[in-house]
Design a protein around this ligand. Sequence first.
Ligand SMILES: [Zn+2]
Length: 190
Amino acid sequence: MILPIRAFGDPVLRKVGKDIDKDYPGLQELIDNMFETMYSANGIGLAAPQIGLDIRMFIVDVTPLAEDEDYEDIAEELKDFKKVFINAQILEESGEEWKFNEGCLSIPDVREDVKRKSTIVIEYFDENFVKHTETFSDIRARVIQHEYDHIEGTLFTDHLSSLKKKLVKGKLVKISQGDVSINYKMRFPK
Ligand SMILES: [Zn+2]
């Protein structure tokens, strides 16, 4: 089932997610619905707050990027990179900061360069509640960092300079009022 994606301004996007356990009601169905919702919007990541739940879960599927010539060198790594992250904790971020032009399904039509460190160590449970501690870098780390922010109540626009924030403010207000054209299902706060 495709769920409506919560737009900028929805208070759920500002909540810090709570841990869940393996008995969380309807967990598998929720995961399936999140993937279906993400694909319907051509996203490569989606976090639970974006569908209205303040829990520590997000999904990523960067396999479409394996076809992209920008990622030729890591196509092999990207082509199976589809994962569920539950109760995630980033343990360490290291390496050079690099800029990437980020966007967000909750903030349509806004794209801005964001600087983040290149490598992360993250502890999480997968969809079968098996615990992992793994290191990721490149675009994989980037997508995880963006989604991880969501379960901490942070949005990519929070990372912009104060000047850039001023420049996008009008657009953000419009999004929160539903004044934006989109081709996927969204729910607006007002
Ligand atoms: Zn996002």
